[in-house]
Ligand binder design. Structure first.
Ligand SMILES: *Cc1c(COP(=O)(O)O)cnc(C)c1O
Length: 395
């Protein structure tokens, strides 16, 4: 966009990746459904075969609805360019495949989203990549885990089950001094909450399934890359044919337009519910970096512009069935995977089962709450009734 002064993120969210004049003046880029794209002349078709045609030559390679989503997210986050893929998991795994080869070593945070860990332990190892996990709180100490062959450091901040905030700048400084690139799973913060490229990240990935889509009706990922990482990523994206559908990108673009507004509400309501929870006798600890006094709050305050509505709660020890009694009767909190939609969710979590580099000893049963866009007083009342059931079952 042209214009003298830099635009605020909320303004950009409404304007990036929109070209009404190309689409009859329509505000939103329409859904383009196309596989075959017809060439006007044989010379154009031949130019396309040589990679010298400057329009799209085939539906797989970037229809306008897909391209506009990519441009909007890259522009918002300040990356060089973005690639959309059919899921968040494809967004976390594709950069690892693109940037690593046999004999290379990758460092992965011990707090990583479990399916990303599973991919590293199986497919990366099968391809001859050495995989090590490091303490998410290591900061510059991550140097301890480096080998001469370390090419990538994978980060996720905060971890989506345990909510450790990582010192991304300190990790990036160590990685860059040793010739490694930093990949960040930035799903929790979204491009608004954490400006990854200002903190030294080379590739920032998003499960657009979560807040960007925002309505629990689309599976999608976006990979935003800096200049160095973009070309190997673009090559792999093209060669593996993992372009998402225009329908899904349309929904993600539609979600993106309201993301700053939704995020502010998620954060305000999550803070209200989290501080109420902290005062409950059943609660041992609230894991929400945006909440003053929580673990990671100082780092969150230093580095983040916003928080999302996802956080953890550690309960004091109670029988397993008592937790079930609490969760089973909730009326507003649904139980299910994923998060980032307009609705509130809760799940029990067991992060201690998957750690290898560090121990996770929360001291009681853990829950993960996603605070949706409902009225926070109603959510508190639903949880309060849940604690009554928990206490009755524990007696
Ligand atoms: C959900 C999630 C993903 C994967 O997204 P899908 O679209 O479900 O594949 C990746 N990273 C994090 C942190 C997530 O929460």
């Amino acid at each position: 966009m042209k214009g003298g002064r830099p635009r605020a993120p909320a303004t950009l969210a409404g304007h990036l990746g929109r070209h009404p004049r190309r689409h009859l003046g329509a505000v939103n880029t329409p859904v383009y459904r196309a596989s075959t794209i017809l060439f006007p002349t044989m010379a154009d078709l031949e130019a396309s075969a040589r990679g010298e045609y400057d329009a799209i030559g085939y539906g797989l390679h970037g229809l306008p609805t897909v391209a506009d989503l990519q441009d909007a997210v890259a522009g918002l986050e300040g990356g060089h360019a973005a690639l959309a893929v059919p899921s968040g998991l494809a967004a976390t795994t594709l950069p690892l495949l693109a940037l690593l080869g046999p004999g290379d070593h990758v460092l992965v945070t011990d707090s990583v989203y479990f399916p990303t860990r599973r991919f590293c332990d199986t497919h990366l190892r099968r391809l001859g990549v050495a995989v090590d996990y490091y303490d998410p709180l290591a900061a510059a100490d991550v140097a301890r885990w480096f080998r001469p062959t370390t090419r990538v450091v994978f980060t996720e901040s905060p971890g989506s089950l345990t909510f450790e905030v990582q010192d991304i700048r300190a990790i990036a400084d160590v990685a860059h001094a040793r010739g490694a690139l930093v990949v960040l799973d930035n799903t929790w913060a979204t491009p608004f909450g954490f400006r990854a490229f200002d903190h030294g990240v080379d590739v920032s990935v998003h499960a657009a399934t979560k807040y960007i889509g925002g309505h629990s009706d689309v599976l999608l990922g976006v990979i935003v890359a800096g200049e160095e990482a973009y070309s190997p990523l673009r090559r792999l994206w093209t060669d593996t044919g993992v372009t998402p559908s225009s329908d899904d990108c349309f929904l993600a673009l539609r979600g993106l337009r309201t993301l700053p507004t939704r995020l502010a509400r998620h954060q305000a309501s999550a803070l209200a519910v989290a501080s109420w929870l902290r005062g409950r006798p059943e609660v041992r600890e609230v894991l929400y970096p945006a909440l003053p006094g929580s673990r990671g709050h100082a780092l969150w305050k230093r580095d983040f512009a916003a928080a999302s509505g996802l956080f953890g709660v550690v309960l004091h020890p109670v029988p397993h069935d008592a937790v079930g009694a609490m969760l089973d009767g909730l009326e507003l909190f649904g139980m299910g995977w994923s998060w980032g939609g307009f609705e509130s969710l809760v799940i029990p979590t067991w992060a201690e089962r998957v750690r290898t580099a560090t121990r996770w000893e929360p001291g009681g049963p853990c829950l993960r709450l996603h605070i949706g866009l409902e009225d926070p007083d109603d959510l508190v009342a639903d949880l309060e009734a849940g604690f009554a059931r928990l206490n009755a079952a524990a007696r």
